[in-house]
Design a binder for this molecule. Sequence first.
Ligand code: NAP
Length: 431
Amino acid sequence: MFQKIQPPSDGEKIEMRDEKLFVPDNPIIPYFVGDGIGPDIFKATLPTLDAAVQKAYGGSKKISWFKIYAGDEARAFYNPELTDEELLKIPIDEQRNVYLPKDTLNAIREYKVALKGPLTTPIGEGFRSLNVGIRQILDLYVCVRPVKYFQGVPTRTKFPEELDIVIFRENSEDVYSGIEFAKDDENQKKLLKLLRSMGKVIREDSGIGIKPISETGSKRLVRAAIKYAIEKNLPLVTLVHKGNIMKYTEGAFKNWGYEVATSEFREQIITEDELWDKHDGKMPEGKILINDRIADIIFQHILLRSSEFSVLATMNLNGDYISDAAAAIVGGLGMAPGANINYVTGVMVAEATHGTAPKYTDMDKVNPSSVMLSAAIMFDYMGWPEAGELIQRGIQRAVANKEVTYDLARQMDNVTPIKCSEFGHAVVKYM
Ligand code: NAP
C-alpha cells in the first residue's frame, strides 16, 4: 500500500463500521511534524501524550505512532535530489504531491485518526495551501474548534472564563472552494458576459469569487453539531449566518439547519420559535435548543454574553473569523486547538491551529499547547476522554504555576520563560 513508509509492526487499525468508530487498545496513529516549529512542538508533545495514556489507563492502552511525511520533510524524504528549478517545471498538481505524498494521504485514510503539524505553503505560482488541500482531498467537512479559558492565561478580557463553546465550522465549501477568476482573465470576461445576460452587472475590473453553499454541505455540518451537543449533553446549538443579506446561501444554510434539526432530531430538540410559542420561554427538561443568530452580532455576543453560547454551527468563512475572535477572548491563538473530521468515513486530522512560525525553527522555544490540546480532542473522538482530560489538567496547572513558554511569560509579571521541551515535562509533572 505504501511506497516508502512502513507502519509499526505492533498495533492495530482504527476502523469505521456502520458509522461507528472502533478503536483498539493499541491503535496505530499516523503523524507528521510539519515545517518550521513543527518538529519542536512534536518532540515535546508525543511523549506527553504517551504519558497521559499511560497515566489514564495504567498500561492497558498504548499508541503506536506511525511517522509519515508532509511539507519540506516530505520533499527531502521522497525527492532529495529535486531542485527548485525542476520543481517549478512540473505541473501544479504534481508539485503538491512532492509536499503531500500519496503515502501520507493513504496512511491517514487507512488509519483514520492522525495528528498533523503546521505546514508552509510552498513556493510556486498558484500553489494552494497544503492544509486546505488535506481537508479537501479527504473531505474533512467539519472543523471542530473548542474554545475555553485556562486559568492563569493572560488575557485582555475581563471574564474569559465565561466563554466555553465549541465551534463547528463547515470546511468544504463557501468562498473557500477555490472558484475564483482574476480581473482580465478570459473566464472572468465570459462570466461577466453571462451575468450581464441575466441582468446582473458587475464592474469590469472586478475579481470574482463564487460562494457555493449546498444543502448537502449545510445539513451534514449541522447534523454533526447537533449530534455532538446530544452526546456531550450541551444545551444549545446556534446556527450562525448572514441570511438577511445573502438569502440563497447564508439564509439557505439557516433553513437547512432547522430542517435537519426538526426532521432528524425531533425528539431531542426544540427551536427558539417553539420555545416561545409552546413553552412560554421555559426550556423543557432534557431538550436542546436550536436557535440562529446573524453572524455580525455573534462577535458582540460572544464577548458581552459569553455564557449564553454552547455549540455554534457556522459556514466556512464566518467560522474562520469567529474561531479566531473567540480564541482572542480567552488569550489568543497560541492555545487554540482544532480538528478536521469526516464523520461518515471516520477520518479525523487533529492539528495545531497556528502556523510554522519559521523564525523560531529549532529554537525549542514556542508553546506546544495548541497541538497538545488538539490531541486532547483526538482522544475524546477516539473514546479516550480520560487521556484528553489529563492533558488539559497538566496544561492548566503548568500555566497556573507560571511554568510557561515565552509567549505567555512575556504577558505575565516577573516570569522567566521555559523551553518548549521543558513545558512538555511540566505538563506531564502536573497531570
Ligand atoms: P504563524 O506561523 O502562526 O506565526 C505568527 C506568530 O504567532 C509567530 O511569529 C508567533 O508570534 C506566534 N506563534 C505561532 N505559533 C506559536 C506557538 N506555538 N507558540 C508561541 N507563539 C506562536 O503565522 P504566520 O507567520 O502568518 O505563518 C507562517 C507560515 O505558516 C505560513 O507559511 C502560513 O501559510 C503557515 N500557516 C500554516 C497553518 C497550518 O498549518 N494550519 C496555519 C497558519 C499559517 P511572535 O512573533 O509574537 O512571537
